[in-house]
Design a protein around this ligand. Structure first.
Ligand SMILES: Cc1cc2nc3c(=O)[nH]c(=O)nc-3n(C[C@H](O)[C@H](O)[C@H](O)COP(=O)(O)OP(=O)(O)OC[C@H]3O[C@@H](n4cnc5c(N)ncnc54)[C@H](O)[C@@H]3O)c2cc1C
Length: 702
């Protein structure tokens, strides 16, 4: 996953057979709510009753699966710390490491290649990786390229390790509902009840549709771009619809894989020739696994026109020689939209949308699933906090406040990036805007009186005249038009104006403006700095410790823990398997004082809090021993020292703060609040303000 965990996960599931799945998340240990009546957020349901689940997740795509893993770890696990885990995937039992060991070597996917056929002339080749993408200075983990369907398999394995079982409808008759993934169940109705929600599902059993009901406190709709949950709770999408219709063809060819592996390795191949155009996504060159995206124009062209045979022929036209081992596995149509749900939360904080159910973008820049996984990360600790009584249910509103602006921003960034991708065919004389206008004219009332076969003939005729401009006769340096087009193309590539892959400022630097955050006393949470700049300009990620930003990464060493001498990231101070806030301080008197007050207030709020004292590099053990005394009677603290490189900044310089700085970090690694410890008049009053605002307990101010 890109921004927060690993890298560009090109989609695959559209090419594989989709399974309608309800994820059932339930935990009996979560029923000790103190903020809400126990019944309304707890688990329950006797043997013969309709089961009442704390959380029901509808849709087991990548986002639903990640959410159930995060929730299971936060709510249900015994609270033993697993030391040194990583960004979201790093926090899921070695998942990031597994992805990195399984992904292809970077040299096989760092390039996008533009050509007239896979064996014909290369029009341009763009390398998207820079040395700093691997230096691990701003993040402990590098971008990765890993197919979505392979990720899904790894996620299902993780869930099985957490005690989940995957069940078919017949296997779930009368069984206990804890930790089940129910295959083949489709959510068909949602009704509020006094204690939560009643959810109707249907499933096929022995050729007959059957129905089953569930009761739950919270329902999360992670059921994808066509979300039924979203429709059932009447939430509209806002944005641009139908940007493009495509056919996705999943196929295997070892021969093609081996050829590209040795001659022309890349991740995406944009192929333009007089016979066909398409974008080939290389999922695994070694295994010869590909997905081809072909634009198509309905209703003149129909999905049935793309039979296995026709798709095979299109593949051969794009490859440029007769491959004998092409094996088409699946053909799926899909429509590109750029829309965000008007609301993410409804039914009194009980129905919540995540992932593609909440936003759907052009797959340009790899933001789709990554944004969805960030949603799940943001939501998991909030749901867990409500279930365990730490936070008020109103904290769920902050999920929408924080995540919706990010989705809106990423939508427009993806649209800009998609338009940039279209600049290449436009420079070649194949302007997609013109193709769309031609299509609109043929769809117009005047042409619609023509028989469909004639409309199709006209459309394909016009398109083939357009594609003829890609012939080698025209597209060469000796032809004035061809030479002009080739030089235009070169300019696009040289100026970085084609489709981009890397967005470090957005991947790591996304920052919440308002939500479960507290502005420093006297300071308002600022407007997003990103909103004023041109989105597609490649901007570096600049670590920042303002409320709403992700905690900066820096290598540190644990002091006094002989078993943990190896350096680890500041991000690893936050464990993925329990709700715990972390207060980071420097070893100075005022900050120790504030830390003691924080511990006391956190206890009053029932919030687990750990203090981390960051010492300058090479601090002597003698000094370090002092923390125990300074924080007495509180024991949950860790002394660490900076493990900085000779040229890098100290922790407080990195955070752009003085060493009086104090930073409060949430369980999702975002900064909730920060201050300078010598600037606070009344520690207790200020900390009560911070915890109550962050957790939605406005009662302290009533
Ligand atoms: C060509 C292409 C390339 C892409 N490349 C990237 C990329 O490089 N990086 C990236 O981050 N993203 C990419 N994406 C986007 C990514 O695939 C999606 O954002 C991602 O799949 C969303 O995950 P999800 O879990 O929200 O939804 P989905 O993956 O759509 O999963 C939803 C699940 O819910 C089930 N379901 C639906 N309705 C119901 C119901 N009523 N009841 C029960 N279950 C139901 C479905 O069967 C499905 O299993 C790409 C998308 C496309 C089309």
């Amino acid at each position: 996953m890109r921004s927060v965990a690993t890298g560009k996960l090109a989609d695959f599931c559209h090419a594989c057979s989709r399974r309608r799945v309800l994820g059932l998340f339930s935990s009996s240990s979560s029923s000790s709510g103190t903020v809400d009546p126990k019944k309304s957020y707890g688990g329950g349901g006797g043997e013969n009753e309709v089961p009442h689940l704390p959380v029901l997740i509808v849709g087991a795509g990548p986002v639903g699966l990640i959410l159930s893993i995060l929730l299971t770890k936060l709510v249900c696990r015994n609270h033993h710390p697993t030391l040194l885990c990583e960004l979201i995937f790093r926090k899921i039992d070695g998942l990031a490491e597994e992805i990195q060991s399984l992904e292809p070597p970077v040299d096989l996917w760092r390039r996008f290649i533009y050509c007239t056929s896979l064996s014909g002339p290369v029009l341009g080749s763009v390398d998207h990786m820079k040395p700093q993408d691997f230096d691990k200075i701003v993040s402990p983990i590098s971008v990765a390229h890993f197919s979505q369907y392979k990720l899904m398999n790894l996620l299902l394995q993780r869930l099985e390790k957490l005690g989940f079982s995957v069940c078919s409808p017949s296997e779930t008759e009368g069984s206990i509902w804890d930790r089940k993934i129910l295959m083949g169940h489709e959510c068909i109705s949602i009704h509020p009840t006094n204690e939560g929600l009643k959810v109707g599902t249907s499933y096929l059993k022995e050729g007959k549709m059957e129905e089953r009901e569930f009761h739950c406190s919270i329902l999360v709709g992670s059921d994808g771009a066509k979300s039924t949950v979203r429709k059932l709770v009447d939430i509209d999408m806002k944005g641009e619809r139908n940007l493009q219709t495509l056919v996705s063809v999943h196929f295997l060819s070892k021969d093609l894989g081996q050829y590209l592996l040795h001659e022309r390795p890349g991740m995406l191949f944009f192929i333009f020739n007089p016979d066909a155009i398409g974008v080939l996504v290389a999922h695994d060159l070694d295994q010869g696994e590909f997905v081809l995206q072909i634009p198509y124009y309905s209703p003149q062209q129909k999905i049935e026109d793309f039979s296995f045979k026709v798709c095979e022929q299109i593949i051969l036209k794009l490859v440029g020689w007769k491959l004998v081992d092409v094996q088409v596995l699946d053909i799926k149509p899909w429509v590109m939209h750029a829309e965000v749900a008007e609301k993410y939360v409804s039914h009194n904080n009980r129905v919540i949308l995540v992932g593609d159910a909440a936003h759907r973008f052009p797959p340009a820049g790899g933001f789709g699933m990554n944004t969805g996984i960030q949603d799940a990360h943001n939501l998991a600790w909030k749901i867990s906090s409500v279930l365990s009584g730490i936070a008020s249910p109103s904290i769920i509103q902050t999920y929408e406040m924080e995540r919706r602006p990010i989705a809106i921003y990423n939508t427009s960034l993806s649209v800009e990036n998609f338009r940039a991708a279209m600049s290449v065919p436009a420079a070649l004389g194949l302007d997609p805007a013109i193709a769309n206008s031609v299509h609109r004219v043929i769809n117009s009332s005047l042409c619609s009186i023509l028989p469909p076969s004639l409309q199709k003939f006209a459309l394909e005729g016009i398109f083939s005249i357009g594609r003829a401009q890609l012939s080698e006769l025209i597209l060469n340096e000796n032809n004035p038009l061809g030479s002009l087009r080739l030089s235009r193309l070169k300019k696009i590539f040289d100026e970085g104006k084609s489709l981009q892959l890397q967005f470090p400022a957005e991947d790591l630097g996304f920052c919440y403006k308002q939500g479960a955050l507290v502005a420093e006393c006297g300071e308002k949470i600022r407007e997003s700095e990103a909103s004023s700049v041109h989105k597609r300009d490649l901007r570096p990620y600049i670590p920042c410790a303002k409320p709403g930003c992700r905690l900066p990464h820096m290598l540190i060493n644990a002091l006094k823990e002989s078993s943990a001498k190896a350096s680890f990231s500041t991000l690893d101070l936050i464990f993925g398997d329990k709700i715990e806030f972390v207060l980071i301080i420097a070893p100075i008197k005022e900050s120790y004082r504030l830390a003691r007050a924080s511990m006391m207030v956190a206890k009053e709020f029932n919030v687990p809090l750990k203090v981390c004292i960051i010492w300058p590099k090479d601090s002597s053990e003698k000094n370090v021993n002092g923390s125990e005394k300074k924080l007495e009677p509180w024991k949950n603290f860790i002394d660490v020292e900076e493990a900085i490189m000779p040229t890098s900044k100290s922790w407080w310089e990195l955070c752009q703060m003085s060493s009086n700085g104090v930073i409060l970090v949430r369980p999702d690694e975002h900064i909730a609040w920060r201050t300078e410890s010598n600037s606070i008049a009344d520690d207790f009053l200020e900390l009560k303000r911070v915890f109550s605002l962050m957790l939605g307990h406005d009662k302290f101010f009533l």
